[in-house]
Design a protein around this ligand. Structure first.
Ligand code: SAH
Length: 475
């Protein structure tokens, strides 16, 4: 692991991409661990963050903005200076894939020798705007996307030939046309000018198609760790229905289907991603899977209204986190497990605060460093709702119920009822009646039905439990 400060990047200040530039990698990991503990420590033990063996050059998707330097009469390429439209020239970046950087530099040199111009948003004239390179980490396939402001591509065939000559490892080249005044890199229209128009990569044993526009995690080494952790937390045995919400191109759900989920349902807002998810499922011969385009909150609320059940809810929302309505529906569906993958510990903490009030408890918190040198950190959290579902942990037996005048453990209540009525009552039933009459657990466990679910405790047992509550002065 890199403990020495690497040669710090001369462009760091202007670029602003690597906020933790001036820390060693060990210090970065400690910084992220502290951040996680600050936000999430109150929910349970935060496992040590999983860092990278080699924390540099991990980005397998690299893009550069192009502009024309009129003074020196040549094209320049790099990143926008933070908060402005000026380009900071960058040829090699410590977190970007080396080959991708070399290709972009050579594209620029070639374009200069072809006397290409850069697109000017104000005049609507000129050619190149951006170059985007994606590289399949395990397959080595490389896609180059040339984004221009106008659709005319001068000397196209000669340019492609010259580029392939320099970089025969390129497997596909796409010409994307973006004539709009926008911060988005890619426009709607694209032409495949070399190869098949997409690349493939492997993650956790599955193959995924990556097109110019599709979302794909940018750090494949750590993504495998993240996904493996999330799927291990799901505890699949071959019988489970697995709900992959905010599923993107379906990666987590597809891997889950090959690792023991009996059935997978995925939902995602972005229609293009859903199309990719469906073709990814086909590519991996996964049939027990359905993807739906739509808002995750609406979708899960309808599922809960219809009384549908799933065994695992996987959720991987964007930085803003999920919604209270989504979490309400989770609690109504009451799956034994929820696995929350988050890229923002702040909104994660907000959502955990909400869902733990509904009877779920946090069983594991695992941070993963997906983006060394930046201040981002990813987290996987396992929540179990066994108490919601009725498979109650025996250890609760020693937990105390109390009010102003009396206390009793679950075990004492059970023993009292067994002796007086010859009846066995479960912790779940006690929990349900406790909730119904509003008695608090000492640790404020929510063992009961909560969540608007109707207690299913039989009336004679309810009577006996009420009697026990009176006996112990709890009501
Ligand atoms: N699980 C995927 C994607 C995670 S990124 C992966 O690991 O690759 C979060 C995803 O949530 C994005 O694909 C985004 O388009 C999607 N999203 C954002 N808001 C949404 C909403 N309201 N409903 C459903 N999906 C949404």
């Amino acid at each position: 692991m890199a403990n020495k400060l690497p040669n710090s990047c001369p462009k760091a200040k202007k670029c602003g991409g690597c906020q933790l530039q001036n820390m060693t990698y060990a210090e970065q990991l400690q910084y992220k661990q502290n951040k996680e503990e600050r936000f999430l420590g109150r929910f349970g033990k935060v496992n040590p963050i999983i860092g990278m063996e080699n924390p540099t050059h991990y980005r397998n998707k690299v893009q550069a903005a192009f502009a024309y330097d009129y003074r020196h009469r040549k094209l320049i390429s790099g990143v926008y200076q933070s908060g402005s439209h000026n380009i900071v020239p960058v040829d090699d970046c410590m977190i970007e894939d080396r080959i991708a950087d070399e290709i972009i530099t050579d594209v620029r040199k070639l374009m200069n020798s072809f006397k290409f111009t850069a697109y000017n948003e104000d005049t609507g004239r000129g050619f190149i705007r951006h170059v985007l390179v994606k590289r399949g980490f395990t397959t080595g396939e490389i896609m180059v996307v040339l984004v221009s402001g106008t659709s005319m591509f001068p000397s196209r065939n000669n340019f492609v030939k010259a580029l392939l000559n320099l970089h025969p490892e390129i497997t596909t080249i796409i010409h994307n046309i973006n004539p709009y005044r926008t911060n988005l890199v890619l426009g709607k229209q694209e032409k495949v000018i070399y190869g098949k128009g997409y690349i493939e990569d492997k993650l956790c044993g599955c193959t995924f198609r990556i097109s110019a526009k599709s979302f794909y995690q940018i750090n494949p080494v750590q993504t495998e760790i993240l996904y493996n952790t999330a799927i291990e937390y799901a505890g699949l045995t071959g019988k489970e229905t697995f709900f992959d919400s905010y599923c993107g191109t379906g990666t987590i759900g597809i891997i889950a289907a090959t690792r023991g989920a009996a059935r997978v349902i995925g939902v995602e807002l972005n229609g293009d991603a859903v199309r990719d998810a469906r073709s990814n499922a086909k590519r991996n011969n996964v049939e027990n899977i359905n993807f739906y385009a739509g808002d995750a909150t609406r979708f899960i609320t309808e599922m809960a209204d219809a009384g549908e059940k799933v065994d695992v809810i996987m959720m991987d929302p964007p930085r803003a986190g999920s919604t209270d309505e989504f979490l309400d529906a989770c609690a109504r569906m009451a799956p034994p497990k929820i696995v929350y993958v988050s890229c923002n510990p702040e909104t994660l903490a907000r959502d955990l605060r909400y869902i733990t009030k509904k009877g779920y408890k946090v069983d594991a918190i695992q941070p993963v460093d997906m983006f060394p040198y930046t201040n981002h950190v990813e987290t996987v959290v396992l929540l179990s709702g066994e108490k919601v579902n009725g498979h109650i942990d025996i250890s609760l037996d020693t937990e105390k119920l109390e009010n102003k005048t009396g206390t009793a453990t679950y075990a004492e209540i059970k023993a009292y009822i067994k002796e007086k009525y010859g009846m066995n009552v479960t912790t779940l039933y006690i929990g349900q009646i406790k909730d119904k009459v509003g008695i608090k657990d000492r640790k404020n466990y929510n063992t009961g039905s909560g969540n608007g679910r109707v207690p299913n405790c039989p009336p004679e047992k309810e009577e006996a439990i009420m009697d026990a509550f009176r006996h112990f002065n709890l009501i």
